[in-house]
Design a binder for this molecule. Structure first.
Ligand code: FES
Ligand code: FE2
Length: 398
């Protein structure tokens, strides 16, 4: 056995729970839709960690229930039927559920049936902040419901270029989401992989802004990675490229390849928090922050969310950010730059899919230290590992 493979096998035992988490982490908050995607009285279905969810907005408030009728198991969101403000009716035989409690309140053609009032579907906690609808995807009866802030990166102190936090009142969030054909863990690991920057060296936004994006970032000191494990805080880790604990690799002489661009990236920290939320500080420009979620749909696909958060408290600042987003950041940063990342994750999927050799046979190197640290951290702090689910026809509901 060669050295690389031996290293990978020894450390693997320290993150067994992570290896079982192909369906994601249960009892955590995830974004389900942008607020702008769910208008008044609209109904939509999404799938998170294999759990089918139906969302409906009534009088401004978003309700989320399990999108699986207890009668014969169909998804209600594929043909929405809402006859009152406080109920959702299944389109097939009329089982009708209270949206606050999930209780089966009546059946259209069998209102006196004895099953009425004895059963129901699960209701999920929801929070809507700054254009994002977050759902707590938990086991029935899980208590207490953790605060949303515990499943988001903490607010960072940055005296030079402070960036917006998703929960701040003066934050404006705009972004995109797309489905990637790869397990969610490959998304997370790609998101803050310090060795993959070379993948982006030809990205239009890097060239246009003449950015000296390093080819890779190698940790040279254990302090390169800061773990956040306070009991009353989010659980995650941060790397600070410019801390002096990293070697920013700008060239490989043997291959005669150099980082393009002249403008150095300064003060850019990347961090990853459970259940898989990335924060890139001062990216794609100073004063902005990019946040990303890798939301498991099933064990082979994830919803890849990439958003930009800006500080915008006045109408003028909001208009300005909307303009920059529409004409620059959306296509150049979120779509084009991150298309490289989606490409890479999908290219890994066969190797790492359930039953594939990847998790055993990968041969990691020093620049992967933070990825191994992340796997261990998840194994320590995941509230629950989702069990394998049946696929609830996600395609029908999208
Ligand atoms: Fe829903 Fe029959 S399957 S009412
Ligand atoms: Fe990337």
């Amino acid at each position: 056995m060669d050295v690389g493979s031996a290293v990978s096998k020894v450390s693997k035992r320290q993150y067994e729970p992570y290896l079982k988490a192909s369906w994601g982490l249960l009892n955590h908050w995830y974004p389900a839709l942008f607020s702008s995607e769910l208008g008044e009285n609209e109904v939509k279905g999404v799938t998170i960690c294999g759990v089918p969810l139906i969302l409906r907005r009534v009088h401004g408030k978003v309700h989320v229930l399990r999108d699986q009728c207890v009668h014969r198991g169909v998804r209600m969101s594929i043909r929405p039927m809402c006859l009152t403000d406080d109920t959702i009716t299944c389109w097939y035989h009329g089982y009708t559920y209270n949206m606050e409690t999930g209780r089966l309140e009546t059946i259209i053609a069998a209102p006196d049936d004895e099953i009425v009032g004895t059963t129901g579907i699960q209701v999920f906690p929801v929070e809507e902040v700054n254009n994002l609808i977050y759902v707590f995807v938990g086991e029935p009866g899980y208590e207490p419901i953790p605060e949303l802030r515990l499943d988001l990166p903490p607010k960072l102190e940055n005296p030079v270029h402070p960036v917006a936090h998703p929960l701040d009142t003066d934050t404006m969030i705009l972004g995109v989401r797309r489905t990637a054909n790869a397990n969610w863990r490959l998304g997370v690991e790609n998101g803050f992989d310090p060795g993959h920057q070379m993948l982006h060296r030809d990205a239009a936004i890097v060239l246009a802004r003449d950015t000296a994006l390093p080819l890779g970032i190698n940790p040279t000191d254990p302090r390169a990675i800061t773990a956040y494990e306070d009991e009353d805080g989010p659980k995650g880790m941060m790397n600070e490229w410019n801390s002096g604990f990293y070697d920013l690799v700008m060239a490989n002489e043997r291959l005669n390849i150099k980082a393009a661009g002249n403008n150095p990236t300064v003060g850019l920290r990347t961090s990853m928090y459970l259940p898989g939320v990335l924060m890139v500080e001062n990216w794609p420009a100073y004063g902005l922050a990019q946040y990303e979620w890798f939301v498991p749909i099933d064990d082979k696909t994830h919803e890849y969310w990439s958003v930009i958060a800006a500080k915008a408290s006045t109408e003028e600042e909001r208009k300005r950010f909307q303009y920059d987003f529409d004409y620059l950041w959306r296509d150049q940063a979120l779509i084009a730059f991150n298309a490289d990342d989606v490409f890479a994750r999908e290219a890994m999927e066969n190797f790492y899919e359930e039953g594939g050799p990847g998790w055993d046979d990968e041969q990691l190197c020093g620049m992967d230290a933070i990825i191994v640290a992340w796997r261990k951290l998840v194994s320590r702090h995941a509230r629950e590992i989702q069990k394998p689910q049946r696929n609830p026809s996600p395609k029908l509901a999208e």
